[in-house]
Design a protein around this ligand. Structure first.
Ligand SMILES: [Fe+2]
Length: 297
């Protein structure tokens, strides 16, 4: 099973300043030296960035632009059919380009003025505490690399398609943008690493892979589903369970596989009440108590 820290490929800087992204052996780009070089280059750009500076612009190559266009073309009709209303409204409101990869500054511009969010570059691995603490301040750490062109419709790591198409549109919504912030505010209260992992799993099964009944239909509100062609096609056929914080916070998951079990809310109001209520009130003590119940259950 993979842990949260492995969602992103680790990035290291050598003694001579050379930046290396460590792709695992099964990664679609693991044996592609050009792709690896490109990943290193984009990671180095993010590492060179300093807070307060504009997000660096990446001059995306033709094959990267083609991946963006392919994903967008495939996802657009599925979003129409399967995404929650607020997400679809955000697609129209943000009006991000479908024919080229936008710069992070272009993603931030409409967000800052509407919901107050801004994007900053991430080389890859961002530790949980840093990532969530920033969400509390409406700052989203985003990778800028593009998935490997051999598999344009799936990525084992969160690439810019996931960060922008999935999270970007959610951050533009009143309900789900606010839930991202509430998760961040919760993380700042937690001192215990096990509590933070519990929180990140609840986040995973809601804001990454959550589904909800809306207008009598099952729709997706999780960024991981909404940015993945394979997930969005399959989610209605997966095992669905009712929202259950203890289960969501303790289940192991494997980022490299499609999620076999999803948690279904009966309404957007239920997500706000159960998941949002958890974010607003959880403490190290309350999470320890739930984890103890889990251990004896
Ligand atoms: Fe994500």
């Amino acid at each position: 099973m993979f842990e949260e820290a492995q969602l992103y490929s680790p990035v290291t800087t050598g003694a001579g300043g050379e930046v290396t992204v460590h792709l695992h052996d099964g990664h679609p780009g693991a044996n592609d030296p050009d792709y690896r070089r490109r990943r290193n280059e984009i990671a180095a750009t993010a590492l060179a960035w300093r807070p307060g500076e504009p997000a660096p612009r990446i001059d995306y190559h033709a094959d990267e632009q083609e991946v963006w266009r392919t994903v967008w073309r495939k996802l657009a009709p599925l979003h129409d059919r399967l995404a929650v209303d607020e997400f679809r409204e955000a697609l129209a409101r943000l009006a991000l380009p479908s024919d080229r990869v936008p710069g992070l500054d272009e993603v931030s511009a409409p967000l800052v003025t509407t919901s107050g969010w801004s994007y900053v570059p991430a080389a890859g691995l961002v530790d949980l505490r840093t990532f969530y603490a920033a969400l509390g301040d409406r700052i989203f750490h985003s990778t800028q690399y593009v998935r490997h062109p051999a598999m344009p419709l799936y990525t084992p790591e969160p690439d810019i398609v996931h960060e922008v198409v999935g999270h970007g549109h959610l951050l533009a919504t009143p309900t789900f943008g606010e839930l991202h912030r509430r998760a961040g505010a919760a993380a700042v209260r937690l001192r215990d690493e096990a509590s933070l992992r519990f929180l990140s799993r609840v986040f995973w099964f809601s804001l990454e892979f959550g589904v909800v009944v809306e207008d009598g239909e099952l729709r997706a509100y999780g960024a991981g589903i909404l940015s993945s062609y394979g997930e969005i096609e399959q989610f209605r056929a997966m095992e669905l369970r009712p929202l259950h914080l203890r289960e969501m916070g303790t289940v192991d998951y494997d980022i490299t596989k499609y999620q076999p079990t999803l948690y279904r809310a009966e309404s957007v109001a239920e997500i706000e009440e159960v998941v949002g209520g958890f974010f607003d009130t959880c403490t190290d003590e309350s999470i320890q108590e739930v984890r103890r119940e889990h251990a004896v259950a």
